[in-house]
Design a protein around this ligand. Structure first.
Ligand code: ADP
Ligand code: MG
Length: 250
């Protein structure tokens, strides 16, 4: 589980995170949702230690992630898998080398075991016979699967995905969402997903944190999401394409 407690982050005089908090449970799909520019990516970058916070606490399974050395941070980071916005594969490396990259850095496995692990991960995301191809030879959805395979290569305890289905058509987006959900449940991972897509929220969310202007405006179980009574959250929900479509269908 990951606990984020009252983190603040400013650039010059712009407050990007304003006492942001969230509780992200093990084995659950924890979603940070909000409009574009609300601070989702920055919240996750602070949780990964890519940006330092001005104040506040972040705990990974109870372990302090703020007041520790870079060396200790690196150790916790090895327990984290990431799927960046846009996939972020290395274009000049084959698919096999992309997935092997974190294994070479941190696993200590020999080459045969590394290739075994690569193939296991590719198989887990339902890809076969793509080892020697380059990212540009795959569709957007397949690239996203490779990014997921790479993110799970080191058997992470935590998985962060920033807008994992951005740029995908709706049916591919659903496939990717469901794959992330299956993997989260199967390996009991604490998964944190940033999204502004209401389809994803309804389909795969377990816990939801709603962020607006860097502030947590609502947090709860998806079962209470539509009946929260929270004005800001409702505005976000009912301005989404999904709900406009539903309204016009009634
Ligand atoms: N490196 C940065 N320096 C200054 N401002 C930033 C930086 N990164 C993001 N911001 C600002 O922080 C706010 C939140 O951005 P971001 O976290 O990317 O939002 P989201 O992911 O929800 O779309 C935006 O106003 C953005 O301009
Ligand atoms: Mg973002």
């Amino acid at each position: 589980m990951i606990e984020v407690k009252n983190i603040n982050k400013s650039f010059a005089d712009k407050k990007v995170l304003n006492n942001f908090s969230g509780y992200f449970e093990t084995g659950k799909m924890n979603l940070i949702i909000g409009k574009s520019g609300s601070g989702k990516t920055m919240a996750v970058k602070c949780m990964l230690g890519l940006f330092s916070v001005d104040s506040g606490d972040i705990l990974f399974n109870g372990r302090d992630f703020i007041n520790i050395s870079e060396y200790e941070k690196t150790k916790i980071r090895q327990e984290i898998g990431m799927v960046f916005q846009g996939g972020a594969l290395f274009d000049s490396m084959t698919i096999e080398d992309n997935i092997m990259f974190p294994l070479k850095m941190f696993s200590g496995l020999n080459i045969i075991d590394m290739i075994d692990r690569v193939n296991f991960c590719l198989n887990r995301v339902n890809l076969k016979n793509v080892n020697t191809l380059f990212p540009s030879e795959l569709s957007g959805g397949m690239q996203k699967r490779v990014a997921i395979a790479r993110a799970i290569a080191l058997k992470p305890k935590y998985l962060f995905c920033d807008e994992p289905n951005s740029g995908l058509d709706p049916s591919t987006a659903t496939v990717i969402d469901n794959l992330l959900k299956e993997i989260t449940y199967e390996y009991n991972i604490t998964t944190v997903i940033n999204t502004h897509d209401m389809n994803s929220v309804m389909e795969i969310g377990d816990n939801i944190v709603y962020i607006e202007d860097g502030k947590k405006e609502w947090e709860g179980d998806k079962r209470n999401f539509l009946s929260s009574g929270n004005k800001k959250l409702n505005e976000f929900i009912f301005s989404s394409k999904l709900f406009k479509k539903l309204k016009s269908a009634i």
